[in-house]
Design a protein around this ligand. Structure first.
Ligand SMILES: *Cc1c(COP(=O)(O)O)cnc(C)c1O
Length: 95
């Protein structure tokens, strides 16, 4: 797990920061150079961790699999939390 909270667009001896760990985190807190008040991103650099990251993002559910039509109902399948950025914060960040 790489803490790249304050390293967006940074590099180390060539490769981009956020690309060294299996997972990396970015922060969009108001003290960072790209910010939207609060929030962040999880960079998943290993394909086998994508589903686990989706479950954590979706409050511990397989909701994204349901949204893709892969399961007929969603349920709680593992640890997770409410880490979803608000639409307003995302729109600010996109701008
Ligand atoms: C800011 C920062 C954090 C914390 O980020 P939050 O989005 O406030 O949780 C962690 N690690 C580093 C290196 C930081 O600069």
């Amino acid at each position: 797990m790489e803490d790249a909270a304050h390293a967006l667009a940074g590099t180390y001896r060539g490769p981009s920061l956020g690309g060294f760990g299996d997972l990396a985190t970015l922060s969009f807190h108001e003290t960072k150079h790209l910010q939207c008040g609060e929030g962040g991103a999880l960079l998943v650099n290993r394909p086998d961790l994508v589903e686990r990251a989706e479950i954590a993002w979706a409050k511990g559910t397989d909701r994204l699999r349901f949204d893709r039509g892969e399961v007929d109902r969603y349920q709680w399948v593992g640890p997770g939390g409410n880490h979803q950025m608000s639409d307003l914060s995302a729109a600010f960040l996109l701008g």
